[in-house]
Structures are given as C-alpha cells and as structure tokens.
Design a binder for this molecule. Structure first.
Ligand SMILES: [Zn+2]
Length: 278
C-alpha cells in the first residue's frame, strides 16, 4: 500500500477500516500509516482506556438529541463526492472513540469540554466572537475531528504529533472555519473528505494530488452551526486550504466575525474547499 510513514507496519495492527480496504486489493489513497495505539492522543502504552464520546452527553442533552440516530458516511472524491460506504445506523450517544486513555479523557479533554460548554450552549449567540471563544471552539472542533478521523470509516489523516499536541494547544497543521446552515436534518451531522479542487502548475500535478489526498476536511454540524476543520500536511499551510464563503476563526484572523456575520449556506456540505498555492 502507499505508505507515508517511515516504518513498515504489520497489517494486523492497522485500523479495521484499512485492513478491510487492503483485502479488496485496490490501490489505496495516501494516508497516515501507523498501528492502532493504546491512546490516539498521547504516548501512553498501558493503563486504563476509556470511552471518549464524539459528541458529549451534555451537548446531546442540550439539543434533546440523546436518541438521534446517524448513518456515518464516507464521501469518495474520485467518485465525484457520492456516498461510497455506509455504516449501520446507530444512536449518537453510541458513537465513541474507545482508544483513548483515562488520563487524556479525564484530564485535558474534560477541561476542554468545560471550556466549550458555555460557548456551544449559549442562546442567543450575538456579538463579536472573542479570541478566547474562537480558540476554545477551534480546539474543541479539532479534537472532535480527530476523534471522528480515528474512529469512523475514513483513512487516517491526522499524524501523531498533531493529535498529541491537542492536549495543550491547537497544533499548527489545523485551521478552523465556521458558517451557518438553513437546512437541518436532525441536530448533528459530519462528513470527512479531501479538498474538492486545487490550483497548481501542471508540473506539480502529481505532488498536488498526493497533498490533496493527505489533507483532511471535516464538516461538523451542530444544529445551525457548522465548523470546517482543516488538517493539512507539510509543506502546505492549513490556510492554503480554503472552504468557500466561510469565516475563519483559527488561526485567529485580524478581526473575528460576529455570530450574526457568519455566512449562511443551504446545506452543511455546501461550501466547496480548494487548495490555492499559486
Ligand atoms: Zn492518552
């Protein structure tokens, strides 16, 4: 398989998603290749594991969504964005990442939830988003995107250094944008994909194709609010990856938008994302 890691990895230790794909014998897109760790967020190799809910109970309760059910889907870029695979339907409260150590879950992740709760549950949302709010939201959405990337059916695209650095900050491979949606089917939605388009000189086409495959674009919808979390591989900058008509909240722009200024789209999948390095 195309490997972007230095070390060969025994296929038995790969994520189930990758093992299943390898069995089909088809060529695989570029991805981060590494064995499933004890904890996706730190170097611990032993101890107690715990279940990190992808959407926390307090947020499900706030939106009355404890019984909401979802079909996690995977969108295939070569197939023009059609749904390429589906998992069985199950309730949101049963979506968790079981490969997280108790130290991470009860430590920095728990503190991050406490910081994010008042921002994600405030009503009405009015006025300018502050630097502190943008930083907490961006880190919370980046953490959520990583939980989705490691535990849901899509290729692994966030490498160890980026995942581990989330414990203290927002790693510099991430950018986070927000917008609002009119159409809401249930409270929560997400999709993982790669950028839809890129502009680059002809001679760099192959290199750009690889960078597109290694760039993760995650849309996460909570009611009318959608975050687009970008994780870009080197040598791209995460700000080279641009979701159309959205407001960047991280890296912090010179002037953050007000909640009322966040652009509207009809659908949470709406904004196309392109890489622009020319
Ligand atoms: Zn950990």
């Amino acid at each position: 398989m195309p490997s972007d890691s230095e070390q060969p990895v025994d296929s038995d230790s790969l994520r189930k998603f990758d093992r299943n794909l390898i069995e089909t014998g088809r060529p695989l897109a570029h991805r981060v290749v590494e064995p499933v760790p004890f904890c996706w967020f730190c170097d611990n190799v032993a101890g107690t594991r715990s279940k990190e809910h992808i959407f926390p109970q307090w947020l499900l309760k706030h939106h009355g969504a404890m019984d909401e059910r979802v079909h996690p889907i995977r969108i295939s870029m070569p197939l023009g964005g059609v749904v390429a695979s589906e998992r069985g339907e199950r309730p949101l409260r049963a979506h968790f990442n079981g490969e997280v150590c108790a130290g991470c879950n009860n430590g920095w992740m728990s503190s991050l939830e406490v910081s994010a709760m008042p921002i994600l549950t405030q009503r009405p949302r009015r006025g300018r988003i502050t630097d502190a709010e943008a930083t907490v939201l961006a880190r919370w959405f980046a953490k959520t995107a990583v939980n989705l990337n490691v535990s849901q059916p899509f290729r692994l695209l966030v490498d160890g250094p980026s995942r581990h650095a989330l414990a203290t900050s927002i790693p510099d491979r991430f950018a986070v944008h927000m917008f609002r949606v009119r159409k809401q089917n249930g409270v929560f939605d997400w999709v993982q994909k790669s950028p839809d388009a890129a502009s680059c000189p002809q001679a760099q086409l192959d290199g750009m194709r690889r960078l597109m495959e290694l760039t993760l674009v995650t849309h996460i919808r909570i009611a009318d609010l959608v975050a687009v979390v970008i994780h870009a591989p080197e040598p791209l900058q995460p700000t080279d990856v641009i979701p159309d008509r959205t407001a960047r909240i991280y890296p912090l722009p010179d002037r953050l938008p007000t909640w009322e200024e966040l652009p509207f789209h009809d659908d949470y999948l709406g904004p196309f994302t392109h890489i622009d390095v020319i």
